[in-house]
Design a protein around this ligand. Structure first.
Ligand code: TYC
Length: 103
């Protein structure tokens, strides 16, 4: 039957090797108003960082203007950017967050 032929074809075909998905880094931007504690809280809540790592990333953003929160597939990165912006907006902080393709 057609179905049996199809199943045999599937088995006889060399395993398909998929290209790795494009990855995106989520970037946090500095501003003069968002409290440091709030940024640390966001890094722990949204990016599952421990306290020390969250503090390190927050201070890097504070001193250098931007910092990478993590590298994810497109959907995960977009969901986390959205979560950060929603938390910031809910507390009326101007915190900005974006995603950019990893070269
Ligand atoms: N610069 C802010 C302050 O002095 C702290 C801050 C850190 C804000 C990181 C945003 O992404 C940020 N309160």
């Amino acid at each position: 039957t057609d179905i049996q032929n199809q199943q045999q074809l599937v088995r006889e075909t060399a395993p398909v090797r998929l290209a790795p998905p494009p990855m995106y880094q989520v970037v946090l931007l500095n501003d003069d108003y968002t409290p440091m504690d709030f940024v640390v809280h966001v890094l722990q809540r949204v990016f599952h960082k421990g306290g020390e790592e969250a503090e390190r990333i927050m201070l890097q953003v504070h001193h250098e203007g931007r910092g990478i929160c993590g590298i994810y597939t497109r959907d995960v990165a977009a969901t986390r950017v959205d979560a950060v912006l929603r938390l910031a907006h809910a507390d009326q902080h101007p915190l900005q967050c974006l995603m950019e393709p990893v070269p």
